[in-house]
Design a protein around this ligand. Sequence first.
Ligand code: ADP
Length: 298
Amino acid sequence: MTNKILAIGECMVEMAPQAQGGYAMGFAGDTFNTAWYLRKNLPADWEVAYLTGVGTDAMSEQMTNFISGAGITPELLTVPDRTVGLYMISLKDGERSFSYWRSVAAARKLAQHPAPIDALEKGDVAYFSGITVAIVEPEDRQALLDTLSAARARGVTVAFDPNLRPRLWAGTDEMRDWIMKAAAVSDIALPSFEDEATVFGDADKAATLARYQNVGVTCVVVKDGPDDVLAQNGSAAPVTVSPVLNPAPVDTTAAGDSFNAAFLAGHLRGEYLSLAIAAGCALSHKVVSHKGALVDVT
Ligand code: ADP
């Protein structure tokens, strides 16, 4: 039987500066990056699909072709008067900074296309992030969570990376409130400790873990950059896994996104929690050793 994992969020046009001058165009975005790595890490009997919004212009068509060219099923809402979002990377003294054009992106309407989530069946997986919840139109947020909650009640596994981005929210209280509402409809949460400590004031990783367990998340995996990952699944004992340190990462873009993909691929195959986490660490270790979000490490 084929199972399906549907990632939900925003894929953007990426303009990355090149050493010889000019920019290289690509496509990336947190949930899309995870879908891209999932396709490379899951066996062929898993379908990987991506739900986002596009326009009817040439750039939207190129993005759609890129998604399907990566072996991912595009599940698209087409918004005729909108297009896809864009970001440009700037390099100054080796430091990267990002400029975004995403306020009218078609992806902001994606919650108005619940059909791909409604079609998920028991055994399938829905994957979304705090960025997904942040970018959808505020009046659509609750509907998105209700759709995910209904899927979960049917036996769909819901996985969530809080991916805290204060700049995408009107204020900290709003962000905290929606992130915990999103966690409350999820079976799996994949937070990163540094961001969580900043936004929620968690004293340690155990506090982050407990906060997500307290809203009903069964499996919580707390990442912490190069430091230990702390995780617990249900009532089993918590586990700690130490990533192999990369002392001089080249580019940490998509470290968490790639971790999530390799972790989920292992976890969904029924691997021991510590082995699935080790697979996440191994993939993200390779990804931080290369430039760019999408690194072909296979
Ligand atoms: P995010 O991109 O969400 O901020 P983290 O910084 O928490 O993610 O990192 C995710 C994973 O990437 C970590 O759990 C770890 O496995 C890996 N990682 C990140 N930085 C390093 C590093 N310097 N050396 C080895 N692994 C790393």
